[in-house]
Design a protein around this ligand. Structure first.
Ligand SMILES: [Zn+2]
Ligand SMILES: [Zn+2]
Length: 351
């Protein structure tokens, strides 16, 4: 049937907007739904015809849009993920229509969870990932059909794409598993892909992760997901970044926090300590009598800034460790220190 006939079925002009088509479809679908016309045996046929017309118009519009854009951006364009069809079916049946008996459907989105070290996330890195791709089978052009053969009506659902379910004349049940809701099946499967229309193939991607990437960041690689059905567009590949916890660095906003342990003796007498940074080490002089919680900042040594955020610092906090398992001599020295300490404090008070 020509697309123009579908417009006639819905009673809309071919140049109207998709929103107008959708509105008209909702009105007609409600009016002719078999559940609303229990005494009219032809209502089911009319309803099917209306649904088919709406889907065909949507598909034609989407393909026209794709053509228009592919001229402008041949490399990147992909179809929008969701058409209005799902919403409408949800509205009528409280479920989502999976696939369609008449038209193409887009490929699935792939998700890849990638764990990278904290330092790599802050400094930026190129990660190589391998994703199992499902490219369209070339010999059958993604149709799954052996050369010179066609589809046939699905025997499990008689081409409806859904099974009967529940009471009522024509209640739509769950999606037919035999044809996955498409209403038709491959009669003679392509021998290269066993009728699936795609093959399994690992593909390598060099993913450039920019400096300052946060935990949970997402990168979308357009058109690198699953293959579409019947020349439908491929899905996208979504890479979700997980930043692995670091032994001594923690990221807070753009700042990097680092806890540095020093011994009781080092803190008391003061010393030079070596603090790890993202670029190596930096020496810091601890003053005499440093208390636990003493901190210092390396300006600009954190994560890089963005147009809206300033670059972070490295914030170092000193943790004074209390000695354990002391020898007899160490214990007696500490007792001696304890005995002297009150005197020192008194003298400091009188000075
Ligand atoms: Zn079926
Ligand atoms: Zn094939």
């Amino acid at each position: 049937m020509a697309v123009l006939d579908y417009y006639r079925i819905l009673g809309v002009k071919p140049d109207c907007t998709l929103e107008e088509v959708r509105r008209r479809y909702r009105v007609l679908a409600r009016q002719h739904h078999p559940d609303h016309n229990p005494d009219d045996p032809e209502a089911a046929d009319r309803f099917r015809l209306i649904a088919a017309a709406f889907e065909a118009i949507q598909a034609a519009r989407a393909q026209a849009r794709a053509k228009g854009r592919s001229r402008r951006n041949a490399a990147n364009y992909r179809q929008p993920r969701f058409t209005g069809k799902e919403e409408v079916f949800e509205e009528f049946f409280g479920i989502c229509q999976d696939g369609s008996p008449l038209s193409w459907s887009p490929g699935a989105d792939f998700r890849y969870d990638l764990e990278i070290p904290l330092v790599a996330a802050i400094k930026g890195v190129v990660s190589v990932i391998q994703v199992d791709q499902h490219p369209n089978c070339r010999p059958c052009g993604g149709t799954g059909l052996a050369a010179g053969t066609g589809y046939r009506e699905c025997p499990e659902c008689q081409g409806r794409g859904r099974r009967f379910g529940g009471p009522g004349l024509l209640r739509f049940g769950p999606v037919c598993q035999g044809c996955r809701g498409r209403g038709k099946i491959v009669a003679v499967p392509c021998r290269h892909c066993a009728g699936a229309g795609w093959r399994s193939q690992a593909k390598e991607y060099h993913l450039r992760i920019p400096p300052g990437t946060q935990d949970g960041a997402r990168f979308r690689i357009m058109g690198e997901g699953g293959a579409g059905f019947l020349h439908g567009p491929r899905g996208n590949l979504l890479v979700v970044i997980h930043v692995a916890p670091h032994d001594f660095f923690t990221r807070v906003g753009n700042d990097i926090h680092c806890k540095v342990e020093v011994s009781f003796a080092e803190a008391a007498r003061g010393c030079a300590i070596r603090i790890p940074t993202l670029d190596g080490y930096q020496w810091v002089d601890l003053p005499q009598g440093t208390q636990g919680g003493w901190s210092c900042r390396f300006i600009g040594a954190g994560a890089p800034g963005t147009p809206t955020q300033s670059p972070g610092d490295q914030v170092n906090e000193v943790i004074v460790t209390t000695p354990q398992n002391l020898s007899f001599q160490q214990r007696s020295l500490l007792r001696e220190l304890d005995r002297l300490a009150p005197g020192q404090l008194d003298r400091a008070g009188h000075e």
